[in-house]
Design a protein around this ligand. Structure first.
Ligand SMILES: [Zn+2]
Length: 264
């Protein structure tokens, strides 16, 4: 990760070169590297481009439960296969013809389709497997106006249940579309992918800012990306039995919360 970062214009700039020389590739040493805010990154993404690593393109869908159901994906960025089809252009009867057992998509696409189903415009069979909702940081290939994508809310869960007849599992994505945290059966926060990223909480005005260093995003290796999100990391055991820390909701100062609450 440090080597990937050292190949980018941003970290090769004369005023920052010393930072990486001093930093051995250990989590503890990261603290010597300044946090880069998501807003700053989005202003100058090309400065963080590692020329030696190609962009990954699409990725395989991570289904949160055993089995591999037929999933209609409502946004780009996911690899198609026998059970996974991408319908990124909005509602089309082809989605129903595909007979999906589940849906996956960004919140905006899921909300739009849910509304169309409830209005009787989209004729989608009831789903038999849970939905995956993507939230998280802006996906580089689909820049948005905002530096944050709205989080999944309790109202979304109700809407999706009414429209699709299925519960929803949230997956929190990094800037290269990589899954950095995901919801489990217990719906009690999102399990952090500690094998694929380093997560820190840094004191910030009015809370603890979530700071992420992703190992999967070697094409844009930002060390200590400040997400601008106030978060709490719970180390209490999860009901699902899976060990490891989880992100739990903290709506603070008008910033979005990043995970569902236990009450959902
Ligand atoms: Zn769990």
């Amino acid at each position: 990760m440090i080597l990937a970062a050292a190949a980018t214009p941003f970290y090769r700039a004369p005023e920052r070169r010393g930072l990486l020389r001093l930093a051995p590739a250990a989590a503890a040493a990261l603290s010597s590297i300044p946090v880069t805010s998501i807003e700053r990154f989005l202003t100058i993404p090309e400065q963080f481009r590692n020329p030696f690593v190609p962009r990954r393109g699409t990725r395989s869908l991570r289904y949160p439960l055993p089995g591999k159901p037929r999933v209609a994906v409502l946004c780009d960025g996911i690899t198609e296969d026998a059970n996974t089809r991408v319908f990124a252009m909005g509602w089309t009867p082809e989605i129903a013809a595909f007979r999906p057992e589940a849906l996956a998509g960004d919140l905006e696409s899921l909300r739009t389709l849910a509304d169309l189903v409830l209005e009787g415009i989209a004729d989608l069979p009831t789903l038999v497997r849970p939905i995956i909702a993507f939230s998280g940081l802006p996906f580089l290939d689909f820049p948005t106006e905002s530096s944050h994508i709205p989080a999944l809310t309790a109202a979304d869960r109700n809407l999706f249940w009414q429209a699709f007849g299925a519960p929803v599992y949230e997956q929190w994505l990094g800037i290269d579309n990589e899954v950095l945290a995901e919801e489990c059966d217990a719906h009690c926060g999102l399990h952090l992918a500690v094998d694929r990223a380093i997560f820190e909480l840094c004191p910030d005005l009015g809370g603890q800012e979530l700071v992420v260093t992703s190992f999967e995003n070697l094409a844009f290796p930002v060390l200590r990306l400040g997400t601008g999100i106030h978060a709490i990391i719970s180390t209490e055991p999860c009901e699902c039995g899976k060990p490891g820390p989880r992100l739990v909701a903290v709506p603070t100062l008008g910033r979005r919360s990043i995970a569902s609450t236990a009450a959902d």
